[in-house]
Design a protein around this ligand. Structure first.
Ligand SMILES: NC(=O)c1ccc[n+]([C@@H]2O[C@H](COP(=O)([O-])OP(=O)(O)OC[C@H]3O[C@@H](n4cnc5c(N)ncnc54)[C@H](O)[C@@H]3O)[C@@H](O)[C@H]2O)c1
Length: 413
């Protein structure tokens, strides 16, 4: 089959960890008999996760976690495979996106692999009879973990959910490097303008913001960070970024990128202070970080000077350029494909091992949000190192003894 007939061909080459899991489990099919409902950004690398779960025997029902990030060729290809059904298509509206997720849940999946807690929250809120039979779930993003935590605190989660986002193998790589690189690359491609020499304002210095700010500086930008958490603000300062309020940053920024997980981080009082040509982009999960209604109300006119850019002309004649409608810029811009394949490889490998562990091992876990056992995270890290042909040292017996010997009797002191 040529690459053009198979939209997953290139991604398969760059997802060695997922491929190793598929290879290892395709003969014994440990997930046979289970139906897995998956919500994620549907592009070629996510297609490799669908394929790996299916190779391990699962029936896979997949949908989107954001209506605008779907690649139609990938969906059509997967939907044609036995044991795989798509509940998503390219160009779906927000209403169709919601309806498709409900339709998937009506198929009564045994397990939910989620992004943004879309399926888990809808299942619990609107399909209580299905929630009673779901055996478990996994959540891959920060925003979804926040929702799952709120559900757990309210006592409404009906099944155990692993917090995939909170593992080192997810957030140290996906959030920091994946979002960092792909957000900046997509700002640059969408606008066809430089990052170097520009003042890039990053709102939020969590895992994603840290990656964006670090990489923007690497590309030659002046970097400014805004925060609400004093320790994160101090960390950004010590990492060499300028830290200030959004009020101050609005006056000096050229490119603004939000990655906070909350709403209205950039709002009217900030639009009023921005220079002509300011570029606004969001890398956080939901399209609420830039106050879009406030921007539309403030503007005198709105045009589309280039695909993926909405230009708001202010009453005093300045242009404020919004990228990708304020949705995830690395996933919904005109040329976006999300994170680089090698990065999503390990994130999706964590999703695979989540389903594998909760479905094939009896942990006796009740409903709730759980940390993923460290051995699973370590296993994915070891697989990744293997694929990179990197050897590391092993702890020696003497070192193990030394760590256990709290009296340090062998100490020279
Ligand atoms: N674009 C992507 O592909 C991608 C990938 C992973 C995560 N995400 C999303 O990015 C967002 C951030 O994820 P993260 O892992 O960095 O989370 P995080 O919790 O590590 O960081 C968020 C940071 O934002 C700060 N913050 C909160 N409100 C703020 C405000 N009003 N102004 C400035 N800073 C504020 C918090 O103090 C925190 O330090 C989430 O919505 C997450 O789901 C996107």
């Amino acid at each position: 089959m040529s690459t053009t007939d198979d939209p997953l061909a290139w991604a398969r080459e760059y997802t060695p960890v997922l491929q190793s899991l598929g290879d290892e489990h395709e003969d014994d099919e440990p997930l046979a008999g289970y139906t897995i409902g998956l919500a994620t950004h549907m592009e070629a690398v996510s297609g490799c996760l669908v394929e790996a779960l299916n190779r391990a025997g699962a029936e896979v029902l997949f949908t989107a976690s954001e209506p605008q990030s779907t690649h139609g060729d990938v969906v059509e290809y997967l939907d044609d495979q036995p044991g795989i059904t798509a509940y998503v298509w390219e160009g779906m509206t927000d209403e169709e996106f919601d309806a498709a997720q409900h339709e998937l849940l009506e198929r009564e999946p045994d397990f939910l692999l989620d992004d943004g807690c879309e399926l888990i929250s809808k299942c619990v809120a609107d399909h209580p009879e299905v929630a009673e039979t779901v055996l478990g779930g996994g959540e891959q993003t920060t925003a979804g973990i926040t929702r799952a935590e709120a559900m757990d605190e309210e006592g409404v989660l009906e099944f155990p959910v692993y917090g995939v986002n909170d593992t080192p193998m997810k957030h140290y790589f996906d959030n920091v490097h994946g979002t960092g690189e792909s957000a900046l690359v997509n700002v640059s491609i969408t606008t066809n303008t430089v990052i170097t020499g520009e003042t890039v304002v990053v709102a939020g210095y969590g895992y994603c913001g840290r990656g964006i700010a670090r990489k923007a500086r690497g590309m030659g930008a002046q970097t400014v960070v805004t925060e609400v958490e004093p320790r994160k603000a101090l960390e950004a300062h010590m990492d060499g970024h300028r830290v200030m309020s959004m009020d101050e940053a609005a006056e000096i920024g050229d490119i603004f990128i939000t990655s906070t997980g909350t709403r209205d981080v950039i709002r009217r009082e900030h639009f009023e202070k921005m220079g002509d040509g300011a570029q606004l982009a969001n890398a956080g999960h939901f399209d609420v970080e830039i106050d879009l209604d406030g921007l539309a109300e403030y503007a005198e006119s709105v045009t589309e000077p280039r695909e993926g850019i909405t230009r708001y002309t202010t009453p005093d004649g300045r242009h404020v350029n919004l990228l990708a409608d304020g949705r995830l810029v690395n996933l919904t811009g005109p040329a976006s494909e999300g994170h680089p394949a090698e990065i999503i490889d390990t994130t999706h490998a964590m999703m695979f091992v989540t389903a594998y562990d909760l479905l094939t091992r009896d942990h006796g876990l009740g409903p709730g949000l759980y940390a993923i056992p460290d051995r699973l995270d370590r296993d994915v890290a070891e697989r990744k190192l293997d694929t990179l042909d990197i050897d590391i040292d092993a702890v020696t017996d003497a070192q193990e003894q030394y760590a256990d010997d709290w009296r340090h009797e062998d100490s020279a002191f």
